[in-house]
Design a protein around this ligand. Sequence first.
Ligand SMILES: *Cc1c(COP(=O)(O)O)cnc(C)c1O
Length: 430
Amino acid sequence: MQRNLLSKHFFDRAKKVIPGGVNSPVRACKSVGADPIFVESGSGCWVWDVDGNSYMDFVCSWGPLILGHCHPEVVAAVKKAAETGSSFGIPTWSEVKLAEMIVDMVPSIEKVRLVNSGTEATMSAVRLARGFTNRKKIVKFNGCYHGHADSFLVKAGSGVATLGIPGSPGVPEEIVQNTIAIPFNDKDAVKNVLDKEGDQVACIIVEPVPANMGVVLPDEDFLPFLRQITQERGIVLIFDEVITGFRLAPGGAQEYFDIMPDLTCLGKIIGGGLPVGAYGGKAEIMDQIAPDGPVYQAGTLSGNPLAMAAGIKTLEILSRPGIYELLENRMDYLAGELKTISQKYGIKCTIQKIASMMTCFFGQDGPIRNFEQASQSDTEFYGKYFRQMLRNGVYLAPSQFEAAFVSLAHNWDDLDFAIEATESSFKVLA
Ligand SMILES: *Cc1c(COP(=O)(O)O)cnc(C)c1O
């Protein structure tokens, strides 16, 4: 029997001083009908809560921890950095090193600016695209999440989808009037919008593989189509690779699909568990940023030495041979077993995966191509599944509209533990 007295205690205290008791909404576990656990520590693919329960972790800090918790080499690098100064606001060599690694690994990036979060990266990339084109409007896709900047809070994914809200109060209509949201994988919708107001569109921003409405794959011709139509019309194509960057391949989705965007947003994995974001792309566009150009963007803690140390070490480890094959093999195994078990117990679901990320959409029996379809999933069943898996020692994302991540620390025996937990959960829920 699980004990959760201390988690409850901290949640009660948290609710008094932090809105909703959490610093990011989905963590509150509302949509899965649970109270959050409070974590004490993590190691490898495991986390321990303040009551001493252990859970196998498939959230991995929402993607960054592709090496698992407390990878010894990353820990050593951060410790070493902390001992030589945590922040200067004066250039350091470690910023140069991480930037060089990003330019090396991500095919379309010639120059890169480091920031502190994915939200900062997307917000700045859009400002840059607007400054570069001298146009106002942006096109995004329903269910894609690009952080919480005002312009993006239109039919967004992630927590916005989880809470089932269309946008957010506090975002002026004048701002979102410049954001056009259309269905993912819908070439006609893109064409119609651009035929009507293409000369006012600064950029199309897209998660090349959306993972914030659950994992949804692009149709084979969709990304090539976006590349071509934006090129024809002088529109900046932005790939938001905050999740897919260093997840699908060392060079992200652009390497995986061999499609080169004009600008790329990064985050999550490049920080190795510390707060880092980045945006980069063609030198011609990036040179528009201050101090070389007129588009302003700055940050007191940008290029923070501790975060750089974690990022550099993480990318270095990911550059070693065989890592991505191993990760993908493990995910294939997990997803394959999940499919077999779901059929055995008659649980209706569609499993979608790529590389080391996956979503199991419950109540579905065909491929999910967009947010409109994803939102038909059985979220009530997902809630029951989440709670049952928690009882069985597995921590999944507390929302149907998120991905499960396999890290390098999830070895074969660990996966068997998760598969057994799934089987006993389905047995109860069937
Ligand atoms: C997480 C995420 C963001 C926002 O990053 P934060 O670091 O949470 O601000 C942006 N885009 C995508 C695709 C993401 O998954």
